[in-house]
Design a protein around this ligand. Structure first.
Ligand code: SF4
Length: 319
């Protein structure tokens, strides 16, 4: 495994009073999450906005301190790295952001932006900028352009070139196509897949759009209110979704033949998540036990956290 995450928690304290010194609660953005990614594969992480998936990505990248849990990267525990070792990690792991515009400095040319990453990491970069531009499908004279002269798709290609500059092994792509026009989304996804093949890259691909994830992911993890509620290989998840939340998400995707499952209510606050199954306030299949006992995730290749599939039940109520 290239990445192994075990029992990861990321809580933010809620404070009040003079200098915000009194803790009055916490936001459980990521709450006891475990998953792994094999070298060269893509794990798609999906869920509605606010479910904690971006926080999870930033915590794995070590841009955020974790509250507890363990993150292993290629057999090395990176849960408590100091600043010096985080520099090493930046060469191994890079991030592609949702908004390509805000991730580029408007005062820097494209060449300087890409070159900056090379300088920070002490990488010889004589012809590297033009090489990277070519790899992301842009002519080398783009090195002299400024971000305001580029389209959204071109900016995201620059974001990808910057991420590739240090030759990382793992890329965390946080909604990398959601700010782009539909016609450009497919081009960027195909570019990411081509680069993966060429460089043997591993992706944690975060998205709220399931059709995008279906296009690129080998395996999928579905997140709801800080928890993974279902994970498995992509084909299984899309052809045989088990968790009512996954089914509801899939049934909302045009073109996918999933039985309609309508959600009611709003996503509860992560400050005070519901007892028992966190999804019970919106679940059309809710049972008495769901309000009292939190379902654990099953220990299968296609894993699900739902009482319909634990304790010997088989989910027949869902069919
Ligand atoms: Fe619905 Fe209960 Fe399953 Fe939660 S545990 S998803 S409330 S059936």
């Amino acid at each position: 495994m290239l990445l192994e995450v075990t029992g990861l928690k990321k809580y933010y304290p809620l404070t009040q009073g003079f200098l915000y010194s009194r803790k009055i609660g916490e936001v459980k953005a990521v709450d006891d999450i475990s998953f792994n990614i094999r070298e060269g594969e893509t794990l798609g992480l999906v869920g509605e906005s606010g479910c904690g998936k971006s926080t999870l990505g930033r915590t794995v990248m070590r841009l955020e301190e974790l509250t507890s849990g363990k993150i292993m990267f290629d057999g090395i525990d990176i849960s408590s790295l100091n600043n010096k070792n985080r520099n090493w990690l930046r060469k191994e792991m890079q991030m592609i952001f949702q908004d390509p515009h805000s991730s580029l400095d408007p005062r820097m040319t494209v060449g300087d932006s890409i070159g900056e990453a090379l300088v920070i990491h002490g990488i010889e970069g004589k012809n590297r900028v033009s090489e990277l531009l070519e790899k992301v499908g842009l002519p080398s004279d783009f090195a002299f352009r400024y971000p305001h002269e580029l389209s959204g798709g071109q900016k995201q290609r620059i974001g990808i070139a910057r991420a590739l500059a240090v030759r990382p092994r793992l890329i965390i792509a946080d909604e990398p196509v959601s700010a782009l026009d539909i016609s450009v989304q497919a081009q960027i996804l195909n570019l990411l897949m081509d680069l993966q093949k060429e460089y043997g890259l591993t992706y944690l691909f975060i998205a709220h759009n399931l059709s995008v994830v279906q296009h690129i992911a080998d395996r999928v993890a579905v997140m709801y209110l800080g928890k993974i509620v279902e994970q498995g290989n992509s084909e299984e998840i899309f052809s045989n979704p088990l968790h009512p939340y996954t089914r509801a998400l899939l049934s909302a995707v045009p073109g996918l033949k999933a039985k309609r499952l309508k959600l009611s209510g709003e996503v509860p606050s992560p400050i005070n998540p519901p007892n028992g199954c966190r999804f019970h306030t919106r679940c059309p299949k809710k049972m008495k036990v769901c309000e009292e006992t939190e379902p654990g995730i099953t220990d299968e290749e296609h894993a699900v956290a739902c009482h319909l599939f634990t304790n010997g039940a088989c989910g027949s109520e869902l069919k």
